[in-house]
Design a protein around this ligand. Structure first.
Ligand SMILES: O=C[C@H](O)[C@H](O)[C@H](O)COP(=O)(O)O
Length: 219
């Protein structure tokens, strides 16, 4: 089984958490498998709130109704991938640049089920460069502030988020206290969202492995 097979295996297992109503749907290659699987049970749900233009398009291609979050109220379930997770289900997200809408939909959901292949589970967050979405005019200022806290920011040149903003990918951070760093980076003027999901971590992590899926839950 290759990595994509493991992502598909984890994504299919997330269907067990779909109980009806409107659900939140994340972004990325693992979520694409989830959307494809969701299409086989689409009569079970009333529709989806999407975290990106890409996921919206894929949902609609499958005939799944996409609703505005403002019209949906609290969601019972959010399903999304991650770039890294630790054992406390604190995550790094945003490799695809969708972190801001993902964080909003996760916050508005009662339960967050994260799906990934087993390579995403790490002892300490930070090997994956930490994405930070910034307002364009603040790019250099935010980069200087991030250097002050020990990171090495790289501008993701040529990439614009669905919100019209830029991404800095921050290398060389050893994230020992994810929630504190999330707050600290969020507090820099010009930062829209940092890709640490520790203040609102996942509730369930389904990891596709060659021995089957492993499921972790938060204490
Ligand atoms: O912005 C992208 C999202 O945070 C994704 O959930 C994350 O990058 C994981 O993507 P993938 O499932 O493709 O590994």
């Amino acid at each position: 089984m290759n990595q994509d097979d493991l992502k598909r295996q984890a994504a299919k297992a997330a269907l067990d958490y779909v109980e009806g109503g409107v659900i939140g749907v994340g972004t990325g290659s693992t979520v694409n498998h989830f959307i494809d699987a969701l299409a086989t049970v689409k009569n079970r749900i009333e529709g989806a709130v999407s975290s990106s233009e890409a996921s919206t398009q894929r949902l609609r291609q499958h005939g799944i109704e996409v609703l505005d979050l403002n019209a949906a109220g609290e969601l019972s379930l959010y399903v999304d991938g991650a770039d890294e997770s630790n054992a406390r289900l604190e995550l790094i997200k945003g490799g695809g640049g969708a972190l801001t809408r993902e964080k909003i939909v996760a916050a508005a959901s009662a339960r967050f089920v994260c799906i990934a292949d087993e390579s995403k589970l790490v002892d300490r967050l930070g090997t994956f460069p930490l994405p930070v979405e910034v307002i364009p005019m603040a790019r250099s200022y935010v980069a200087r502030e991030i250097v002050q806290i020990g990171g090495t920011p790289a501008w993701r040149e040529g990439f614009v988020t669905d919100n019209g903003n830029l991404i800095l990918d921050v290398h060389n951070l050893q994230i020992d206290a994810p929630a504190e760093l999330e707050t600290r980076i969020n507090d820099i003027a010009g930062v829209v969202t940092v890709g640490i999901f520790a203040l609102r971590p996942a509730d369930v992590l389904i990891l596709g492995s060659t021995q089957g899926n492993k499921t972790l839950t938060r204490d």
